[in-house]
Design a protein around this ligand. Structure first.
Ligand code: FES
Length: 130
């Protein structure tokens, strides 16, 4: 009798675990296997030695003679969106300043703007979600 009760409890436990896994798989989004594109812009629109600021995508594409990179425009202090200036970037909330590559020049921001992955595909620069 005790053996039957144990088997019944074990079956119930296994069924609960399998049901939990099925529900979890159903409710979690599937990865599409690749990074998501945050923004895509023509390479020709990014000046060499400068940046293309994309406030609508909260990022900027930077270009040097060596290549292309991107940064997140979210201030590392409290998350306001920084704006482009002649010298780099500044935060309108508490005055942090960043150079043209997003490196912090003055606080209160504790660190540089976050780099984002950027890839050049033909004539297009794709900025990927970090
Ligand atoms: S949020 Fe940018 S300086 Fe405070």
């Amino acid at each position: 009798m005790a053996e039957t009760a144990r088997r019944t409890a074990l079956r119930a436990l296994i069924a609960s675990l399998l049901g939990g896994v099925a529900v979890w798989r159903y409710l979690t989004p599937r990865s599409r296997g690749g990074a998501q594109t945050l923004a895509a812009v023509p390479l020709a629109d990014v000046p060499v030695g400068g940046a293309l600021v994309l406030p609508q995508h909260r990022c900027a594409v930077l270009r040097t003679r060596d290549g292309v990179s991107a940064i997140d425009l979210t201030c590392t202090h409290l998350g306001c969106q920084v704006v482009g200036t002649r010298a780099g970037f500044s935060c309108p909330c508490h005055g942090s300043r960043f150079d043209s590559r997003g490196r912090v020049l003055s606080g209160p921001a504790p660190s540089s703007l976050k780099p984002l992955p950027a890839v050049v595909e033909g004539d297009t620069v794709r900025v990927l979600r970090g």
